[in-house]
Design a protein around this ligand. Structure first.
Ligand code: RP5
Length: 160
């Protein structure tokens, strides 16, 4: 497993599945796990501290509301952490976004967009990070992008 996808609750899976689907489509192996910064803080510490030794290269962390999971995961590991703000019911994910993005200097989280697009792009960005040292993943990323471009060029008429 080269990517660890963690999320604060099972209720985050409909969002975080988009990260998993992107990694599937790019041929990147991953694991998924519910790890809550608030409800299972010791599990979070164990997960993030052991991730590097278990072969994980990038962590994708999704959470909603008071979304402390990505930042706390980053505090426990020197692996790159990508944060996905899950769209919360109360504040439409604005709370999640601000909780994740405004990290203090010295501990970095790469914050993606709110919701499904952010989760998919976290998968894509994780693959692009891995691709710097993996020609097969690089080829898969470039194929994905070329096909995406071609699909748009082949369908220029918005009314069709
Ligand atoms: C956060 O609280 C989770 O990441 C989730 O987005 C949110 C709500 O969790 P549940 O009450 O649905 O378990 O920790």
């Amino acid at each position: 497993m080269t990517v660890g996808i963690i999320m604060g609750s099972k209720s985050d899976w409909p969002t975080m599945t988009h990260a998993a689907q992107m990694l599937d489509s790019l041929g990147v192996k991953y694991e998924t796990k519910v790890v809550s910064a608030h409800r299972t803080p010791h599990l979070l510490a164990d997960y993030a501290e052991s991730a590097k030794d278990r072969g994980i290269k990038v962590i994708i962390a999704g959470a909603g509301g008071a979304a402390h999971l990505p930042g706390m995961a980053a505090a426990f590991t020197s692996l790159p952490v990508l944060g996905v703000p899950v769209q919360s019911k109360a504040l439409s994910g604005q709370d999640s976004l601000l909780s994740i993005v405004q990290m203090p200097k010295g501990i970095a989280v790469g914050t993606l967009a709110i919701g499904n697009a952010g989760a998919a792009n976290a998968g894509l960005l994780a693959a692009q990070i891995l691709a710097t040292h993996d020609e097969t993943i690089m080829a898969n990323v470039e194929k994905f992008r070329a096909e995406q471009t071609q699909t748009i060029l082949d369908n220029p008429d918005p009314a069709e």
